[in-house]
Design a protein around this ligand. Structure first.
Ligand SMILES: Nc1ncnc2c1ncn2[C@@H]1O[C@H](COP(=O)(O)OP(=O)(O)O)[C@@H](O)[C@H]1O
Ligand SMILES: [Mg+2]
Length: 240
């Protein structure tokens, strides 16, 4: 599904990713853990194609093809979705307009309004969004948890094959965390891979990873199964 080959990445002349390699097969769930500032969000931005980051060398291969030169929207169209750590607010664009654009683009045609509403209303219910959700601007004035839940609604409209969750658990209360994880687990099948970035092992109780990687100095310092997450909870990142 995804292969990162020896990525070296800089921002503002500061090296963030250092010869970073990772392979995620179809259907696998990988977790990346690591302390603040280690480069986890940088990694997710680089996979998605944020032009702020300079990829000096290495390659990003998705479904057997290099996507290193592809724009963000093309990567999204090919099936990569990033639920961002800090989702943006888009003043003046309603959630309805935004989701309509997403659904029409994903379907390659204008989907009838009734069908569109049905789809969006179902997800709005599933993710407990406020009543005025559809007419409000994207994420404007949303609570941290609402912003994260909105990412999941967008995810479901886009039908991605590779889902990157950058601290989806931060800002979510226990009930919201359960709801979000249930939606992700319901969506997940053998054709879908997940990369879940987190500080805390709690979320990994709901979305069970096949592999847990520990990040240090812009690279993976240790790989294990889910027990590694609990080891980190106990010992902290210091000893690693
Ligand atoms: N836009 C940016 N400009 C300058 N430095 C940045 C920028 N984005 C990230 N960094 C730096 O890159 C490092 C890694 O950040 P980040 O990938 O967000 O870490 P993490 O998600 O693991 O907490 C940090 O030192 C951060 O300050
Ligand atoms: Mg981060």
């Amino acid at each position: 599904m995804l292969e990162l080959k020896n990525l070296n990445v800089k921002i503002d002349n500061k090296k963030i990713l250092n010869d970073f390699s990772l392979k995620i097969n179809k259907g696998e769930i990988h977790a990346i853990m690591g302390p603040n500032g280690v480069g986890k969000s940088t990694l997710s931005s680089v996979i998605m194609g944020n032009p702020k980051f300079l990829v000096e060398s290495g390659d990003i291969v998705f479904k057997g093809e290099s996507i290193k030169e592809d724009s963000v929207d093309l990567r999204a169209k090919k099936g990569i979705f990033l639920a961002m750590q800090y989702p943006s607010e888009i003043d003046g664009v309603s959630n309805l307009q935004f989701l309509k654009a997403i659904i029409n683009s994903e379907n390659g045609k204008s989907v009838p309004i009734f069908e569109l509403y049905k789809k969006i209303e179902a997800e709005k219910e599933n993710l407990n969004m406020p009543d005025d959700y559809l007419r409000r601007s994207v994420n404007l004035g949303f609570s941290g948890g609402e912003k994260k839940r909105n990412e999941i609604i967008q995810m479901k409209m886009l039908n991605p094959k590779l889902i990157i969750l950058d601290e989806i658990d931060s800002g979510l209360d226990v009930d919201s965390l359960k709801t979000v994880c249930k939606e992700i687990n319901d969506y997940k099948n053998n054709d879908v891979s997940i990369l879940i970035i987190t500080h805390y092992p709690k979320v990994l109780e709901y979305i069970k990873p096949d592999f847990v990687h520990l990040m240090k100095n812009g690279n993976i310092s240790k790989t294990g199964d889910s027990s590694l997450a609990y080891e980190i909870e106990e010992k902290g990142y210091q000893d690693e």
